[in-house]
Write a protein that binds this ligand. Structure first.
Ligand code: GLU
Length: 487
């Protein structure tokens, strides 16, 4: 195969998982690095677990991450359709081919009979593999079973394929990430490739699709390794070229268990709702298995693409450190261009009437409040005092600051003076300097003076630059709040 063609093949039984986003990213990077194509295929053969909502979520999440595909369900391509449920008429031909070549056989066993086989294996403490009971049924026997009303499933004949293409029952392949892997395929058991209702199973449909879509490299999670042995044998049985495989280590939670909801967000859309930047998410997941050659961890996707080599991916598991992601997100927020940040914060400011602020005031508000943001959503609780005439006073600010005699004196003096001030930042800077100096002479620390003003105007004991806050709020609102705080 000359052209590099990779794919991401999510099953829409949930929102796009952060682990699938990592798999998508590594496939995308591999395609980019090799001038190849990145294909999106929706594997919705399991109709009961599939929903349109999840399909939309997969599309939206990948797009939000900027992992745009070259071929896929929505944009088509030369080897479509790219949704498995629209490909059901393609599969029977290949089932027939395997039946004709003797690499597959019809199985008439009922679920009850199979269950009994499993029970027996369990009693004998043996791992269950199908007994091949139906492997050599004669035409008459099959007719009889059909007449009983039984509908056959089709099973792949593992040992037959293994014998046809390999010297022993050991199957080897060179994994792009993990090196050489092997398995005794006697342990796999003849698995169903087409159910009795005519629908293909994952291990079969995936091979037919990868073959017809000319996929050259399959990069996915290591939970698929045992499937890979099955899939290689099907490729061989069909006389198709076997793609190269690369299996990524798993992503584990900090407690080393499987990453799940109880650890925090797991779907890309949840992270985005919480206020993570997609750039930070991508940079973070890239580091779950890949390390930059220069040790510089903060990198854009384009920079990662330049440095990316599939052989450098780590074959071991990675730990999903939420703290590191948070650190990275705050870093990305700090680096964002102000105009961009202003836009990205808007979804988290819907509870306020943003039109109360001019564009210049909004810009200044963002400039002075961005520093401590870890998540974009942190802005919601950081800025309530920029809106409305009244402000909610925090009980601590009331008790520790506003209720003291010193503060009450400071606030009265503030009102006296500020009536004549011009509320520009430049002017306020100078006037507040004089104001603090006046109290300093009386033995009151500048920060105590400013606490009183801050508590009255913002209702809080700490926060953004006070001069800028007063300038944004303007004289009227600032004085109204200070007067209100005076007893
Ligand atoms: N639909 C499979 C999954 O979501 C895809 C596995 C593969 O990449 O082959 O796990």
């Amino acid at each position: 195969m000359t052209e590099v063609r990779v794919r991401i093949a999510p099953s829409p039984s949930g929102n796009l998982h952060i682990g699938t986003a990592r798999t998508a990213l590594f496939n995308y990077l591999f395609a980019k690095k090799n001038n190849g194509k990145f294909v999106l295929r929706i594997e919705d053969t399991d109709a009961e677990r599939t929903s349109q909502e999840y399909i939309d979520n997969i599309f939206d999440s990948l797009k939000a991450l900027g992992l745009n595909w070259d071929e896929g369900p929505d944009i088509g391509g030369p080897y479509g359709p790219y949704t498995q449920s629209e490909r059901f008429d393609i599969y029977p031909k290949y089932v027939q081919e395997l039946l004709d070549k003797g690499f597959a056989y019809e199985c008439f066993c009922t679920p009850e009979e199979l269950e009994a086989e499993k029970q027996e294996a369990a009693q004998n403490k043996k791992p269950y593999v199908y007994t091949k009971k139906c492997e050599n049924l004669t035409e008459e026997e099959k007719e009889k079973l059909r007449a009983e009303g039984r509908k056959p499933a089709v099973r792949f004949n593992i040992s037959k394929a293994q014998k046809a293409f390999h010297d022993s029952s050991m199957l080897y392949f060179d994994d792009l990430v993990k090196g050489q892997l092997h398995m005794n395929t006697d342990l796999l058991g003849d698995f169903v490739i087409m159910k009795s209702n005519g629908s293909p199973t994952y291990n079969f449909a995936v091979v037919i699709d990868d073959m017809l879509m000319k996929i050259s490299h399959v990069i996915r999670g290591e939970d698929h390794i045992s499937n890979t042995f099955k899939q290689i044998l099907i490729f061989e049985a069909l006389g198709a070229e076997v793609p190269r495989f690369g299996h990524l280590g798993m992503i584990l939670a900090p407690d080393r268990s499987k990453l799940s909801k109880r650890h925090g967000a797991t779907a890309v859309s949840e992270f985005v709702e919480k206020g993570y930047l997609t750039e930070a998410l991508l940079n973070f997941v890239a580091l779950l298995g890949w390390s930059p050659s220069d040790g510089q961890e903060i990198k854009s996707v384009d920079e990662i693409a330049q440095d990316f080599r599939i052989g450098d991916l780590s074959s071991s598991n990675s730990i999903f450190e939420y703290d590191k992601l948070n650190w990275m997100n705050s870093h990305y927020i700090k680096m964002l261009d102000i105009a961009d940040l202003k836009e990205r914060l808007k979804p988290y400011l819907t509870k306020y009437n943003l039109s109360e602020l001019s564009d210049a005031q909004y810009t200044r508000m963002v400039e002075i409040t961005r520093e401590p943001l870890t998540l974009l959503s942190d802005i919601t609780d950081a800025v309530p005092y920029f809106f409305g005439k009244d402000v909610e006073i925090d009980p601590k600010a009331q008790a520790d600051v506003l209720d003291t005699d010193v503060s009450q004196d400071v606030l009265k003096e503030f009102v006296n003076r500020a009536e004549n001030w011009e509320f520009t930042e430049e002017n306020l800077h100078e006037k507040l300097e004089e104001f603090r100096a006046y109290y300093k002479e009386k033995g009151i620390k500048p920060k105590v003076t400013m606490w009183a003003v801050r508590a009255a105007v913002t209702g809080r004991t700490c926060g953004a630059d006070m001069t800028a806050i007063l300038a944004i709020l303007g004289k009227e609102t600032s004085l109204y709040r200070v007067k209100k705080a005076i007893k």
